[in-house]
Design a protein around this ligand. Structure first.
Ligand code: CMP
Length: 139
């Protein structure tokens, strides 16, 4: 059953560029409610754990180095049809393919430094949200 929740994280390139405010504004204006949020940083080991599913991919080591290179902003978001609507809001993984006006179209630098993550299923949203927010107060 759909949970109406998704997980996102603003990635180091977008935090570094000073785009936390612009991106969270777009998220809220698109109708999502922020249920949990923090500014944090991953060690390369924790980044490796988060992206375990991509372990066999050629870009895995670079991705872990990049994702642990600076601060990130993980969030749990709520909205009806959250997974699908959020993926539409952020656009394609490769910013060159991201539709005009999407977050990645506006803020991503490359396929790796692509500004923001969005969960691809209810199951992964639960796993990814717990990765950052297990044990913290839920609103
Ligand atoms: P995301 O979909 O949030 O999670 C997996 C990440 O891997 C993806 O964003 C990109 O940051 C990165 N990624 C995906 N495909 C490639 C690729 N071909 N080259 C480099 N990085 C990639």
């Amino acid at each position: 059953m759909a949970t109406n929740k998704t997980f996102t994280m603003i990635k180091p390139d977008a935090v570094e560029a000073g785009n936390i405010g612009a991106i969270t504004k777009m998220i809220e204006e698109a109708g999502f409610t922020i249920k949990a949020m923090k500014l944090t940083k991953l060690s390369s080991e924790r980044a490796g754990e988060f992206y375990e599913v991509h372990k066999e991919r050629p870009f895995y080591n670079d991705l872990c180095a990049y994702m642990s290179s600076g601060a990130i902003v993980p969030m749990i978001l709520e909205k009806e049809n959250a997974i699908e609507d959020f993926r539409a809001l952020i656009g394609a993984t490769n910013p060159q393919d991201a539709a005009e006006g999407t977050i990645r179209n506006l803020f991503a630098k490359s396929i790796e430094a692509n500004a923001i993550h969005g969960s691809d299923s209810d199951e992964n949203a639960g796993i990814e949200g717990s990765f950052f927010f297990a044990g913290t107060e839920k609103f």
